[in-house]
Design a protein around this ligand. Sequence first.
Ligand code: ASP
Length: 436
Amino acid sequence: MKKVVKFGGSSLASAAQFQKVGEIIRADKHRAYVVPSAPGKRFSADTKVTDMLYGCYALAEAGKDFSKELETIHERYKEIINGLQLELTLEDEFAVMKEQFEAKAGKDYAASRGEYLNGIIMAAYLGFEFVDAAKVIRFSDSGEFDAETTHEIMSKYLGQFSQAVVPGFYGSYADGRIKTFSRGGSDVTGAIVAKAVRADVYENWTDVSGVLVTDPRIVENPEPISIITYKELRELAYMGASVLHEDAIFPVRQEGIPINIKNTNAPEDAGTWIVGSTCQKSKNIITGIAGKKGFCAVNIEKDMMNSEVGFGRKVLQAFEDYGISFEHIPSGIDTMTVFVHQDEFIDKEQSVVSAIHRLAKPDTIDIEADLALIAVVGRGMRAQKGTAATIFKALANADINIKMIDQGSSEQNIIIGVANRDFEAAIKAIYKGFVK
Ligand code: ASP
């Protein structure tokens, strides 16, 4: 049994948090490969070290004095080292960083130091081997993550150590220059390490007890989901549920490694299992609810549209020509509506409308703004009667008008369109309709 454990920034924000993490790792000898983030926020108004590094490097790049800002970052690490009573100093590391900042080594280099330094501390604290991610994670010259080369290098290299710490978030080009993943990328590192060492489980430790049924900013204390499939998670994440970095799924999914989301502050909670497929039913029929505001509906009408072959293609061509992706296309006999992101669409609106006129020759085009889309997701909806009825009843009882309904034939997902102003109330109502 082998586990890869990734800890997020809030789990490593202070010496006290490090101690919790140490206890978690020591409690299970299978927790052999550790992927730390950079220190996150200690309290809500605090600044993440990654953001401090970006800020500090921006000064360096502009040729301004950054010594005070760099020292503040150093202080954060000293506080952790002293709190853990480690015989460790990062003086040399900070001297190198200062030189590299002055030499304008790059924004990615600067940001990666948050994880790099936390990794050094973590390895010293646990007595594990420190493995610089720059050695084992490779990006291609065009800046894409190179999965194949990485797997080859990393599996060989980590094979030498029964316990190791690999800092999250970054890797390097073949020439050694540092490159980071996008924000939140330590999740991706964890998944890559899990694949490389053929872990049985990828534990992702954060500050909530798993993936929640819906957004806790909208519904107070929503239930955690005990088990969710990758596919369901992708649907929810796409609609705004922030759980894991999107690219963290692929490496483990390929290998059939389950992900367990756990809470560093409540390690006894079971958390959420993210798996390929399962025969376990969701407790509430649906698995989760997520949504986003800020959509526009472009409603196109044309008499006898139903019998015109190629009409849809011509309409979509207009959107494609202006680089706008569409979300949903509900249609009627003589109408077709295209849902797009308002902020992407707004500047190109008139050009797209005239392109539709030119290409598809509709009778009318009408645009409605400020709409929200809500996805109700769940493998348990399949062949289950009454799911849509529960949603509609909940919304009707809450006096909310439904603008659009879309259900794919995979029956894993029902999308509802409502006005932006009804968004929160709609999510609350749907949650209450399913979670007893
Ligand atoms: N520290 C990086 C960030 O703040 C990466 C991570 O935490 O996963 O985005």
